[in-house]
Design a protein around this ligand. Structure first.
Ligand code: B12
Length: 516
């Protein structure tokens, strides 16, 4: 078997010879609720893998996205693995699967250290800090305790330095890298000095994404969004909130290396919003220049904040190869936009679409329903707005109040109904009710199937949870018909038969190349 492919060497409690650095197995849990799990790879854990490799650790990357029998594979791999440490990443919707994986590893490798990082820990920890500031320990405190029972070490915030603290002898409990005062919190400058995500530990060919037919890969150029939308995770979390920028040269270097090493010409920039970066036009010009030097024609796609989108930027983006922009317009109702604290007015949203059109950019409109004060009428306003501005693509999701979102963090218990929490808009008293969820157990609150797979855990004074679901489905169906946009199709999850003595396929497991 060649280095980098699927068979780990036999298990050992220390993970290496005497004095050697422990081998680390990093795990991406499945996201069985996504239509297709192998579209965008989890870049955060690949950044952690890259620093580990650079420090001399041997890394096993177990990518369980799209793997139906993921628990079985995790158990069999953990038994055979020589890693002494297992590190999981997880968003909130991935948590039930991550918890099952953690249990499976613990059952067969009680000697191993289990580390959990990623957005869920970061957001629960941020929500808990808010509770502590208000001297009201509550759901987040309880949530964090459940996570601590499931894993040995939790990492909140940036993982690139914190992973070494998590590997230190005797480390346990919460390591808080989501604090600008901590040396573990990365500065913009440090982002430039770190290695690019270890994409060589992924089966790149198994990820399928294209921009107008050109095979594409995702990257993150800058971190953080300073806005305060009610539904968005991390508004109290510095690592998700503070804008941290890599230099233009560093971003272009990553793009060029993806072009040279893998042949990509398509790039999805997954920054929260490209245009909170004051150097956005400069970045576009540098990307255009890189194409000239490479003799290639790039296709790009990325997110913008609607009210900050200018003709100058649109023009520069088109010149850099952008074909598409995505914007979280969220609603066609002026009242709902105010209630969610979007900061963009309806007219600014419409103007953003017009600006994009003027410069030959297609628009994917990201819409959501289930905000405070949502009624049948406000949902219809959203539908009418879609009909009016005619985006080239759109989606409509139902709001989930994840920990770390203002809708969750600022909610209070319902005076009569147990398990229901209430968020109230300060200026007009509009309310959002949400059912409490055990995020470690419940997996069905988020489904990405646009043809009727949604479930709502929120309701308002005007709409029940069931009405929100049926209205969402109707908006999606009617708008697709009206705008002539077909439904996306669901990719099938794969089952892998795995027996002892037989390695996992490289689409699931890759190991750091042996050092010479
Ligand atoms: C790209 C992206 C996606 C992509 C790809 C996701 C993926 N596989 O990475 C797609 C489109 C699939 C997606 C979908 C969704 N997303 Co999304 N997405 C993002 C986005 C914009 C960037 C992610 C990223 O690469 N960040 C940069 C990297 C460097 O950060 P990171 O992943 O957090 O990793 C760092 C640390 O967390 C830590 N870390 C991570 N893993 C580990 C592991 C260990 C062992 C250690 C020690 C540390 C560690 O170290 C990393 C490096 O510093 C983020 C917002 C953001 N800015 O992060 C939202 C975000 C992650 N998404 C979010 C949401 C809500 C969703 C959806 C539910 C949206 C929806 N309604 O459809 C789905 C769910 C997907 C899922 N699998 O669970 C929320 C997560 C909320 C939550 N409570 O988990 C975020 C934070 C947006 C927000 N602000 O609300 N998303």
């Amino acid at each position: 078997m060649t280095p980098g492919e699927g068979r780990p060497e036999p298990a050992s409690a220390t993970g290496g010879g005497p004095g050697s650095l422990p081998s680390v197995c990093l795990i991406i849990p499945p996201s069985l609720f996504l239509l297709d799990e192998r579209v965008f790879m989890a870049l955060g854990i690949l950044r952690v893998a890259a620093v580990l490799e650079a420090a001399g650790h041997r890394v096993e990357m177990l990518d369980l996205s799209g793997v139906e029998n993921f628990e079985e594979i995790a158990r069999l791999h953990a038994r055979a693995s020589r890693a002494a440490v297992f590190g999981l990443t997880s968003t909130t919707p991935q948590m039930p699967a991550a918890a099952k994986i953690a249990r499976a590893i613990r059952a067969v490798r009680p000697d191993a250290r289990l580390i959990l990082g990623g957005p869920h820990v970061t957001l629960v920890s941020a929500a808990r800090k808010g509770e502590l500031r208000r001297q009201a320990p509550g759901r987040a405190e309880a949530g964090l305790r459940r996570l601590l029972a499931a894993c040995d070490v939790l990492v909140a915030g940036d993982g690139e330095r914190a992973i070494f603290a998590a590997l230190a002898p005797g480390a346990s409990g919460l390591i808080d890298a989501d604090d600008p005062a901590s040396p573990l919190f990365l500065t913009s400058r440090q982002l430039d000095e770190l290695p690019f995500p270890a994409r060589h530990l992924m089966d790149m060919a198994s990820y399928n994404y294209a921009i107008d037919g050109v095979p594409a890969v995702s990257l993150i150029a800058q971190l953080g969004c300073p806005f305060n939308c009610g539904f968005c995770g991390g508004r109290q979390s510095p690592s998700l909130r503070r804008v941290r920028m890599r230099s233009v040269a560093n971003i272009v270097r990553e793009i060029v290396s993806l072009h040279r090493d893998y042949g990509f010409r398509g790039f999805m920039l997954y920054d929260d919003e490209l245009n909170v970066n004051p150097h956005a036009v400069e970045l576009m010009n540098a990307i255009a220049e890189a194409q000239r030097q490479e003799g290639a024609d790039f296709h790009l796609r990325g997110f913008v904040k609607a009210e900050l989108f200018t003709d100058e930027l649109a023009e520069a983006m088109r010149r850099a190869g952008f074909r598409w922009i995505l914007a979280g317009f969220e609603s066609g109702s002026a009242r709902i936009l105010r209630n969610m604290n979007k900061k963009a007015a309806l007219e600014e949203n419409s103007r953003c679409v017009e600006t994009a059109r003027r410069h030959g950019l297609k628009v994917k409109a990201l819409m959501s329903i289930g905000h405070p004060g949502e009624t049948r009428e406000t949902v219809l306003e959203t539908k009418r707005w879609l009909f009016e501005v005619k985006p080239e693509d759109f989606d409509v999701t139902i709001i989930t109040t994840y920990p770390g979102t203002p809708y969750y963090d600022l909610a209070v218990p319902h005076p009569q109904q147990p398990d229901v929490w209430v968020y109230t808009c300060a200026d007009n008293g509009d309310r959002l009710y949400s059912r409490d969820i055990d995020f470690l157990e419940v997996a069905d609150y988020y489904k990405g199937d646009p043809e009727g797979g949604y479930r709502s855990y929120v309701h308002t004074d005007g709409l029940s949870a069931e009405e929100i679901v049926s209205l969402r489905d109707a908006v999606e169906r009617d708008a697709r018909r009206q705008l002539d946009i077909p439904f996306a199709s669901r990719g099938a999850a794969a089952r892998f038969e795995h027996s002892m003595g037989q390695g996992l396929p490289a689409s699931i497991l890759r190991v750091s190349p042996a050092r010479g």
